[in-house]
Design a protein around this ligand. Structure first.
Ligand code: RIB
Length: 296
């Protein structure tokens, strides 16, 4: 069982600061870190640390950030044959993390935005996938192609619709497991609350898992809420990448043969560990750490 992530790779430029500045204001931050990120790369790293064989399909530029992101993926044991090097700068994300752990993110897509279609290496990677994992930080034309190929070959397709964008026609219908957060679920469905959003979206995809940060997650199928994932209470340091950790650990569990509910419990435990540490990939737990968190 191989997890293939078709997604973005960014270098995250993370500033810790007490609050967001007003327009025209200069203020001091309290710390700075560069960390490998991007929703795709994050999900790939989370799945690999949770024990899954993982391949990554996406793009970086021919620059120092790109070389570092490739080295990070390879250092995690993730196959990079489908990581293209393109004539565009590697994607970056400017991230502000406030004292309560909440974050705001601005992404400049760079090479990620150039992946409008799959190349031979990406198609080859998807042919070997048991699970294809996608987000909205690559052009949706490539996601549609990837999802069609995965569906044709019988792989499970998983989509995080983040950042919140309208899906292209036909994409949601190719998704087996949709994992939005509450805001994304409400934006996609037009509903005012998370449960209603989950119910509505589950009329279009196989299973919907709405993640709700410290409030757990809701699972819907066929228009009904079928399961609630209990919240795992922790003191947050930095929530960046928590949703990506959830998805990576969830898919690693499914690829390992777990049923959905135990895989979701592992995902919630993994995401909870990640918010107690700084950064996206820098905060993601190993399989042993997830086991320890689950054991209490
Ligand atoms: O989900 C967190 C990620 O969003 C960050 O790593 C950043 O790169 C943006 O893609």
């Amino acid at each position: 069982m191989t997890v293939v992530v078709l997604g973005s790779a960014n270098m995250d430029l993370v500033v810790r600061q007490p609050r967001l500045p007003e327009p025209g204001e200069t203020m001091f931050g309290s710390g700075f870190q560069t960390v490998a990120g991007g929703k795709g790369l994050n999900q790939a790293v989370a799945a690999a640390r949770a024990g899954a064989p993982v391949a990554f399909a996406g793009a970086v530029g021919a620059d120092a950030n790109g070389a570092e992101l490739r080295a990070v993926l390879e250092g995690e044991g993730i196959a990079t044959a489908a990581l293209a090097e393109l004539d565009a700068p590697t994607g970056i994300a400017a991230i502000s993390v406030l004292d309560d752990g909440e974050n705001s993110i601005v992404v400049v897509s760079g090479a990620n935005a150039e992946v409008a279609a799959l190349d031979d290496a990406a198609r080859e990677a998807i042919r070997g996938a048991s699970h294809l994992v996608m987000q909205f930080e690559l052009p949706q034309s490539a996601l549609l192609e990837g999802a069609r190929l995965a569906r044709e070959l019988g792989a499970v397709t998983v989509l995080t619709p983040a950042p919140a964008l309208d899906p292209v026609d036909g994409l949601l219908e190719l998704v087996d497991i949709l994992v939005p957060n509450g805001g994304e679920a409400r934006a996609l469905s037009g509903a005012d609350d998370d449960a209603e959003a989950a119910r509505i979206l589950s009329g279009r995809v196989g299973t919907v898992v709405v993640t709700r940060g410290g409030e757990g997650a809701l699972v819907a199928r066929g228009g009904e809420i079928v399961h609630e994932v209990a919240p795992v209470r922790v003191e947050p340091v930095d929530t960046t990448g928590a949703g990506d950790t959830f998805v990576g650990v969830l898919v690693a569990g499914l690829a390992d043969g777990l049923e959905l509910e135990p895989a979701l419990a592992r995902a919630a435990a993994g995401a909870a560990v990640s918010v107690t540490r700084a950064g996206a990939t820098s905060s993601m737990p190993s399989r042993d750490e997830i086991d320890a968190a689950l054991a209490g």
